[in-house]
Design a protein around this ligand. Structure first.
Ligand code: NI
Length: 136
């Protein structure tokens, strides 16, 4: 029954179900099954990440490109983490700002540590880390 679909019954408070339907409807889901499966997978990814297991993801940074110390520091850090960083995309967002999207892969704890240290660099205005996993 590894990948075979299995039907099961779920009992929920009416109000909770109403809110769930409204939420998934707004997100574009056409049925509850896919929405519920995605929620469950999200919990698994979160669990793997919190236990330091293998994840993949993206660190997104916005920083002032006029601040050369910031640019150099971010580049130095990326060169020191070649084992975790798969690729990086640099976008010259506007006259003042650069956007960098850094694809990462590795143990959750190391990925988070790298994202935290990139975020803490002076001159970085905004940083996010989003993680996913292959679901294995
Ligand atoms: Ni730039």
């Amino acid at each position: 029954m590894k990948n075979k679909l299995v039907r099961f019954g779920v009992s929920l408070e009416g109000e909770l179900l109403r809110k769930f339907d409204a939420l998934i409807g707004a997100e574009g889901y056409s049925n509850r099954s896919k929405a519920l499966a995605d929620l469950i997978r999200k919990e698994f990814v979160s669990d793997v990440f919190s236990r330091g297991g293998a994840v993949a993801g993206a660190v997104t940074l916005v920083y002032d490109h006029h601040k050369r110390d910031t640019v150099n520091r971010l580049l130095d850090m990326q060169h020191d983490h070649g084992g975790i960083i798969i690729s990086a995309q640099h976008v010259h967002l506007d006259h003042d700002n650069c956007l960098e999207i850094i694809a990462v892969k590795g143990p959750g704890a190391k990925v988070k540590a790298l994202a935290d240290s990139l975020k803490a660099v002076k001159g970085v205005k905004h940083a996010t880390l989003s993680v996913t996993s292959s679901g294995k």
